[in-house]
Design a protein. Sequence first.
Length: 438
Amino acid sequence: MAVCPRRTPSSLLVGLLAVTLAGALTPTTVAAAPRAPTTTDRSRPALDRSALDRAGQWAASSAAGERWSVDLAVGGGDDVNVRTGAGLLRLADTRPTRRTRPAALAAPVAEGALLAPARTLAGPANRIHADLTAETPPGTTAQVQVRGARATGWTEWRETGGAPVVFDRPVSRVQTRVLLTTRDPKAAASVRAVRLTADTAAVVAPAPSAVRSYRVFATREGEVGGVTANGRTIRPRDHFVALPSRRGLSPLDSGDYTVRVCTTSGSRCEYAPVWDVGPWNTRDDYWNPAAVRENWKDLPQGRPEAQAAYQYGYNGGKDQFGRTVLNPAGIDLADGTFWDGLLLTDNAWVDVTYLWTGSGPRGVVGSGPLNIRTGPGTSYPTRGLAATHADVPIQCYVKGQTVAGTYRTTNRWNRLAGGQYVSHAYVSAVYGGTVSPC
């Protein structure tokens, strides 16, 4: 990870609350009638007795909603360092290595994540009740997060706990992520069940707001051969970014959460998916307003905790893990994004737009890195790159040079922000609205 000293413990849960039995989330097969957890085996760490009460509460609260259970079987590609055996979900490797924790962080903590398939709801809902049954010996944590899909894309991930997750608008699909961590190689949390209910609560929909963009300090991640928080083995000159919160972490090989990162002069930009967690912190969604921000709600919106600690001595100059912050980084850039997309030679301030906070039609770059040009043809100068899997906002389209690409042969060029263009020949899909001619 370049100039930034080894950032911080495991991005996954090292800063997350250990949940002995916390609310939980999403996915796949519909469960039969709810069943109270079995009595704890005394040879194991005690199962929180509140689980029995929660099971009853879950059954009662779900009477009027759609309910299901998460399939804890490990599917493969989207899962990171977890395994299933005897009906329990555990870490596959409890030893802290560069392959068992997010590459943007370094800490004596092993982590793992199960990403459940998204569940299509029978009808729109905006509230998710969740119940997690787990055993968490000292030094271990188990947590569940949930997100919802709308026509304009996915909401951010939200942590479940004692209260249900309530989205500001109804969602059509729900997805769950189960997070595990341990500081002791000889100890591991065990998840027995995750059960969910979707229903509707009255909320006041927020007024539309502009997409969020802030100037933050960027560092080069490096770490080729390491593993990101979503399970990608980092390649030379890779194209992605890391942010210090899992709320905007995309599943593997997706751009559900994409940023546009530009040099402060605006001369170079790259659209890149968020595939790792860091730098420094793991619960700092600084792009969100105080009412939503997970931690450090007293900081101005758009100011990373690491920046406040480094520049102003905030939190005693420490990150969430008690380490002295040695630079103000709020984003990490993979080598390809750093060197090829922005043409940087050293860590620098950049302008970052958190694209999922906006709305409108998006194009999915299916084949990249794709050149961003100043006009609708290959003779125009390049001004940056759009990484494979990045979701780029499309303002409108024009006709220009015909290009034979991965998905089609076409003369359509999509105009992005700042009067920049990408060929539609390399865009695999468009969602979130209709794209009109310019």
